[in-house]
Design a protein around this ligand. Structure first.
Ligand code: FAD
Length: 496
């Protein structure tokens, strides 16, 4: 089914335990820290069903169920195009600011189902359980986030044991005929507050002695024993939509998820007690590629917003004719066009990693992922530079227009040719929210780390490069001419 926004909101009123500091949130859909972002996620569910979107953003699955296109198992380039366009529309509606929108983790899970054998080798029937979970997600339009890293600093359990401390990272602490018992913490559940489930797993390698941590499973976020500890929610501190339009509506939040004696039935356990496998599943299937294609597409939409702010700033500051400014805008435009080409190329040069299915080109996807994670901060710096000191020339907030006398003075002194003072303030507040606010700082960190640290992203590119092809070119060039006998060596020109 394609759930409605209202159904999604209702699904979040499920008794989940979300903490802001020491405050236990009763209802995330009504709380001032989360209600607007909850509506933004609901908006995605509603717009996806609209007549102008449903043909692309939904498909009829084999069981006849109309399902969101992010669950489509691609077999042709048209399937890949449909998936990509679906990601694009979701990202367009949120300006690329919701990184963990409902299409991200769903794409990871869809990709995993291409290889039941990996899961069956670990535990008999696990492949079928995974397929059943995927079907369940698809039929209910489930929104899952993921928590696939141990908490920072906890990657060497022996250090904790030496100090007599409890190892904080999530592990299986018991099992019986029904399933496993989980205890410990996982980071960092972006969108956990607004998701139905969390996918628990391991995207970084584990040591052989960390088998207890190597569980992969799906856990409802209202399961007994699960608590969600959010970082500072920016929406709560946004005083109005006018003053902080993005913080107001698009703070997806990030949260540590704590598991205390959480029971997970075997039907939802997909790997267990196999440290290497718990990570390899993402790379021996197209899972990681499919999930991160969404990240590429989402980033591209955000980049368009940044370019729009850059150009508008130059216009309003009356510097668009300055050659150096045009040069700066041209460099931004080249980057944006290049990313668009990298995304299109991933589909044009699609590959078959698992027979019968098509996936976007792996190397082109990792190349784009690397470009995005490495360039975001620099792009923001450039756009901030173009904004000049404008954001700080504005009054503290929009309340200034409530006083007729102040408003008149504001319009008299702050307006610029072609733009009223209030319009200018609106634009500068929007720009600053994306580039200089708390929300902006979080986005800088998100774009740096959402796909793991920089060195891991670089490693993906190193490991997947066909180096032999490159060195063969050099060898070919070296053998295209001979090595002279000593007496034939031509003297240096100067000596002739
Ligand atoms: C805003 C945000 C949202 C996120 N969302 C999610 C999410 O939805 N789900 C999820 O599971 N995770 C999420 N993450 C977690 C993210 O994957 C991690 O932050 C990332 O993998 C880095 O891990 P860490 O924060 O523990 O840093 P650390 O591993 O502690 O690294 C700290 C620094 O040390 C460097 N470093 C560490 N080891 C090495 C090394 N061997 N060589 C070179 N440099 C090294 C790193 O590059 C980094 O600069 C999110 C993170 C952020 C910031």
């Amino acid at each position: 089914m394609l759930k409605t926004g209202q159904q999604h909101l209702e699904s979040l009123r499920d008794g989940r335990k979300v903490y802001i500091g020491n405050e236990l949130v009763e209802d995330v859909t009504a709380h001032p820290a989360f209600r607007n972002a909850a509506q933004s996620f609901a908006m995605i569910y509603d717009r996806k069903r609209d007549p102008e979107n449903v043909d692309v953003m939904a498909y009829e699955a084999d069981d006849g169920e109309l399902s969101s296109s992010w669950f489509l198992k691609p077999k042709t380039k048209d399937d890949l195009r449909r998936r990509s366009e679906t990601h694009r529309r979701v990202a367009e509606w949120s300006y690329g600011l919701l990184g963990r929108s409902p299409d991200h983790v769903a794409s990871f899970v869809t990709g995993l189902t291409f290889r039941h054998d990996l899961f069956d080798d670990n535990r008999k029937g696990a492949g079928a359980h995974l397929e059943a979970y995927y079907d369940d997600m698809r039929r209910n339009d489930t929104f899952a986030c993921y928590t696939v890293l141990p908490p920072q600093g906890a990657r060497q359990p022996e250090l904790y044991l030496r100090e007599g401390l409890k190892v904080p990272t999530l592990q299986v602490t018991g099992e019986d005929s029904d399933g496993v018992i989980l205890n410990g913490m996982k980071m960092l559940g972006t969108s956990a507050v607004f998701s139905n489930e969390t996918w628990v797993g391991n995207l970084l390698p584990l040591g052989d002695d960390q088998a207890a941590e190597s569980v992969t499973c799906a856990v409802p976020l209202n399961a007994p024993g699960v608590t969600i500890w959010t970082r500072k929610p920016f929406e709560r501190y946004a005083i109005s939509e006018f003053d902080s339009p993005f913080s107001w509506r698009f703070d997806e939040t990030d949260a540590m998820v704590l598991f205390e004696d959480v029971r997970v039935p075997w039907e939802r356990v997909f790997t267990h007690n196999d440290a290497p496998l718990s990570r390899e599943i993402y790379f021996r299937t197209p899972s990681h590629i499919m999930g991160n294609h969404q990240s590429n597409v989402r980033f591209h939409e955000k980049l368009k917003l940044l370019l729009g702010i850059a150009h508008k700033s130059a216009e309003l500051n009356n510097v668009l004719q300055v050659p150096a400014v045009r040069d700066t805008l041209g460099r931004l435009a080249a980057g944006e066009a290049g990313l668009g080409a990298m995304i299109a190329g991933q589909i044009e040069a699609a590959e078959e990693m698992v027979p019968g299915y098509l996936n976007v080109n792996l190397r082109y996807m990792y190349g784009a992922l690397h470009w995005c994670t490495q360039n975001y901060a620099n792009i923001c710096e450039i756009v901030r530079e173009l904004m000049g000191g404008g954001p700080f020339q504005m009054p503290a907030d929009v309340s200034v227009i409530a006083d007729p006398e102040l408003r008149e003075k504001f319009e008299t002194y702050w307006s610029v040719p072609g733009q009223s003072a209030v319009e200018r303030m609106k634009f500068l507040k929007l720009g600053w929210d994306l580039l200089g606010s708390d929300f902006a700082g979080r986005h800088q960190q998100y774009e740096r780390f959402y796909a793991g640290p920089a060195f891991i992203n670089t490693l993906y590119n190193f490991l997947n490069c066909p180096w032999q092809n490159m060195t063969d070119i050099v060898d070919g060039a070296l053998t295209s001419y001979g090595t002279p006998e000593i007496e034939q060596v031509r003297r240096p020109l100067a000596a002739e």
